[in-house]
Design a protein around this ligand. Structure first.
Ligand code: B3K
Ligand code: ZN
Length: 878
């Protein structure tokens, strides 16, 4: 290994900060060559810290120190020490002012962390530890300070100058420069600092809070995008209203700003009063954005807004507590989206994502608890476990408490901890206090990694008219955690009678019965629940609404699954039964590639296709086969090609058998009139495009023509891109022409071009890797732009299993090359890519060796980043 092994940071080593910073005054002079940052920090010793260290240690990276003064007295170079990670000043008093000036180079900042340029504008990204690339600071979330920020820049190039809080002063300076000052009255950690400078236009809105205060809402974009902000603005207003109603939370400043930038490492950032967004989650018009994009905007706008209370007013004590803000805020945005659209479908989408990615992470060398115990690079822990499993952990608490007590719990949390930096234990304690119950066992969800597995057995005793459910829980070992203690698991169950209706549920020893769903609480490794008074043997409906992030094993017959699929009153369980059935058929197809598809399965699909009563969006979910990667997760050794063949074959068989039904469905679900991204129209479009996808399996000229017609006629991007993606699976002159025409039409719209790159990366063509290689050199591609990397490289490696895992190792080599190319520019994005090889042990020996070789090659490369090092080395660990 050519680099020093990076330090591991441990939760158990947490100590309160030795100093606090009450007030921060910053002055930025933004220039084309360099930026100068002057800072004035009011520091004092933290009364809560033990001991009295002699020296002050501040974080700082890639800063060129120009001046340093303590209480107005310039320090000479013997009075401080500087290294690659910070600055130490010895012999400081109890209370003092530290002033500094540094030079930084935002124009050269390709890591997109700290202050950087995106196109013609300056912007920042400070979470988690980017502020230390701007100036010297105690860059840790438990240091909360009041910020006043002055920005000086050339007025013609950067007429709009923004920071957190409220604007206090604007001045014209000589040389065509402008100076603007912002003050944020709310103490905040440095990771919530933001600055933006650019030639931007604002679209304006307003919100009157429940208590009658006016809040100005502004979305800033580049001039050509002003017409694409209406959906984001409408979503913001809905989110503000919803948070007042559901959580009693009002916004606190007079102005709320959102800025869209093209170069951004993730989705968006909740900086106080000044959210900075990946333009993908702001800009939308019917012609350029799909239904998914519209939904994504609604949920990310809401997510960042909700952070104002869950993240900003109450923040994390340290980064191990990240899920305190992220798990809770994801749960909040999930519930918001459920209320705005189709609740049942939203739940299925969230579970699909969790199972596909989080369960996989839990079964990988990168598995970690919702509250990790250690990390090398915190940016590697913005994971589906911290976010999505974290949201499930909050949801379980809401399930265990019920809606009223959960609301009392959050009210208590806001009252008790407003203005503080706290822990996940603090959150759970509020729930325990509000619910009047002990949740200490529940806390294991935060500290133990891995996906618990429930093995459930049902026994009906006709003589006693009882039905027993015996539940065993087991959690597989994860790195550093060979044995797990039992979890407290809310398990929602129903019992269906022979007509498919919910039976009345009464547990032995209870008096009243519950109609419908019953929340069982598992706390032991093995537990038995006895239901009484049941006139006939029921079919159990288990884990309704996905009441806990666990796997359930129950020995259902195919008939029982079809019965649940047709009758269960719980939408999630209907979908889940269909998925389990499809999974069985598909895995059987892998084992026996020439075996016939069971007629019962085809008939179940036929019945579902002709079901006009069910919400089309839910039907789409039911009729969508499990993904290739999810199927791989269910096998002892992933059979990449076998899965692909079996899945394609099943789709073709279904399409052939159900051709007429699919055509009828396609016709019936055309959405008339102008495009609207409401739940009903989205459902219709998704069902119709799913029907078209099945039909395209048949390779009939007439159907292909329909697809081309849809492409040409589409009045919205959802229909256009669905059709083009299906056509792009075939290597024909017509496809090439359409792709070329699409490019010419949208060459000036980077977000639309991302879709164009993705659909080519996801193509079923056998030469897709060559296409992707060629597209790396396309003028519209840039490896420096994270959206482009995700659209082309990410899509190919994570969404095109059969090509990425090509037996000759070409896909792995491609990924290894891209990781090394990118690591020098942007470690965060490079590290995301390395993860795609973390699960190499799940494949056959030949593929294992090929992936392992790439990981080793990456690790041996000189100067590899801490981000990439951590993922590659943990992936290779035994
Ligand atoms: N809090 C940010 C994520 C920051 C990621 C830093 N690597 C977005 C969000 O979760 O809302
Ligand atoms: Zn978040």
């Amino acid at each position: 290994m050519l680099r020093d092994t990076p330090n591991t940071i441990y939760l158990k080593d947490y100590r309160p900060p030795e100093f606090l910073i009450d007030q921060v005054n910053l002055r930025f002079e933004l220039g084309e060559e360099e930026t100068r940052v002057r800072s004035r920090l009011e520091l004092r010793r933290n009364p809560a810290a033990e001991g009295r260290p002699a020296e002050l240690r501040l974080h700082g990276e890639q800063l060129e120190l120009l001046a340093l003064a303590l209480d107005g007295r310039p320090l000479d170079s013997t009075e401080y020490e500087q290294d690659n990670e910070g600055l130490s000043v010895a012999g400081v008093p109890d209370r003092f002012v530290l002033e500094s000036e540094v030079r930084i180079l935002p124009q050269r900042n390709t890591a997109l962390e700290g202050l950087y340029k995106s196109g013609g504008m300056f912007c920042t990204q400070c979470e988690a530890e980017g502020f230390r690339k701007i100036t010297w600071f105690l860059d840790r979330p438990d240091v909360m300070s009041r910020f006043t920020t002055t920005i000086v820049a050339d007025q013609a190039r950067y007429p709009v100058l923004l920071s957190n809080g409220n604007p206090v002063e604007t001045r014209q300076l000589d040389g065509g420069r402008q100076q603007v000052t912002w003050a944020d009255p709310f103490p905040k950690p440095a990771y919530l600092f933001a600055l933006v400078a650019g030639d931007l236009r604002a679209i304006e809105g307003s919100h009157t809070t429940a208590s009658g205060r006016e809040v100005a809402l502004r979305i800033y974009v580049e001039p050509e995008n002003v017409a694409k902000c209406d959906h984001a603005m409408a979503s913001l207003k809905q989110a503000m209203r919803w948070d007042e109603r559901q959580y009693g939370r009002e916004y606190d400043l007079d102005i709320y700003m959102v800025v869209a930038v093209n170069d951004f490492n993730m989705g968006a950032m909740e900086n106080k009063g000044l959210n900075i967004f990946n333009s993908k989650y702001v800009l939308a018009s019917p012609a350029t954005a799909t239904d998914r994009d519209f939904q994504g905007i609604e949920s990310v706008i809401a997510h960042e807004y909700f952070h104002n209370w869950t993240g900003n007013r109450i923040t994390c004590r340290d980064w191990f507590q990240l899920s305190l803000k992220e798990g809770l805020t994801v749960f909040r945005d999930q519930e918001f989206s459920a209320d705005m659209g189709s609740r049942g479908v939203k739940r299925i989408e969230d579970v699909r994502l969790l199972r596909a990615h989080q369960f996989a992470e839990d079964a990988s060398p990168m598995a970690h608890p919702v509250r990790p115990d250690s990390y090398m690079e915190i940016n590697n822990f913005y994971t589906v476990t911290v976010y999505e499993k974290g949201a499930e952990v909050v949801r379980m608490q809401a399930n265990l408490l019920g809606p009223e007590a959960y609301r009392r719990g959050t009210d208590l949390y806001f009252a008790r901890f407003d203005g503080q930096a706290v822990t996940t234990d603090d959150f759970v304690q509020c729930m325990a206090d509000a619910g009047g119950r002990d949740l200490s066992q529940f806390k294991r969800w935060y500290s133990q990694a891995g996906t618990p597995e429930l093995t459930i057995q049902g026994d009906y005793d006709a003589a006693r008219r009882t039905y027993s459910l015996t539940v065993e829980q087991h959690c597989p070992p994860t790195p550093g955690q060979p044995d797990k203690a039992p979890f407290l698991i809310p398990l929602a169950v129903g019992l269906l009678d022979s007509r498919g209706a919910d039976m009345a549920l009464r547990l032995a020893g209870e008096t009243g019965a519950v109609q419908g769903t019953r929340m069982l609480e598992l706390s032991e490794r093995r537990q038995r629940f006895l239901f009484e008074d049941l006139p006939e043997a029921p079919v159990p409906s288990l884990l309704r609404g996905f009441s806990a992030p666990v796997k359930v094993r129950f020995d259902y017959s195919d008939e029982q699954l079809m019965f649940l699929m047709a009758h269960d009153s719980d939408g999630f369980c209907r979908w889940d039964a269909a998925q389990t059935l499809a999974q069985r058929v598909l895995l059987q197809g892998v084992a026996d590639p020439d075996g016939a598809v069971p007629t019962g399965f085809i008939e179940a699909f036929r019945e579902a296709l002709s079901d006009r009563a069910t919400d089309p969006a839910l039907l789409t979910e039911v009729l969508t086969l499990p993904s290739e990667s999810y199927l791989g997760d269910q096998m002892a050794v992933v059979d990449v090609e076998g899965i692909h063949r079996a899945r394609e074959r099943l789709k073709t068989t279904l399409a052939g058998e159900l051709r007429e039904e699919l055509l009828a469905l396609y016709q019936a679900h055309a959405v008339p009139g102008a495009y609207r991204p409401d739940a009903a129209s989205i459902g219709q479009r998704s069902l119709r495009n799913l029907a078209l996808a099945y039909l395209m399996q048949l390779d009939e000229a007439a159907i292909r023509q329909r697809c081309v017609d849809q492409y040409r006629a589409g009045n919205n991007m959802t229909d256009v891109i669905s059709a083009l993606a299906l056509l792009a699976d075939r290597d024909t002159p017509e496809t090439a022409q359409l792709l070329e025409a699409f490019y010419r039409q949208w060459r000036d719209d980077p977000l639309v071009l991302d879709k164009w790159f993705s659909l080519q990366a996801l193509s079923k063509r056998s030469d897709t890797l060559q296409q992707v290689q060629a597209l790396l050199h396309h003028p519209a591609f840039s490896i420096a732009n994270p959206n482009k990397v995700r659209a082309l490289i990410g899509a190919f490696c994570s969404g095109n299993a059969v090509r990425f895992h090509a037996a000759d190792g070409s896909g792995y080599r491609f990924l290894g090359d891209r990781v090394l190319e990118l690591d020098g520019l942007n470690p965060q994005v490079a590290s995301r890519l390395v993860r795609l090889m973390a699960r190499w042990r799940r494949y056959d020996p030949a593929r294992q060796q090929l992936m392992q070789a790439q990981l080793e090659r990456i690790l041996k490369t000189e100067g590899v980043s801490r981000d990439v090092f951590e993922v590659a080395s943990k992936s290779l660990e035994q």
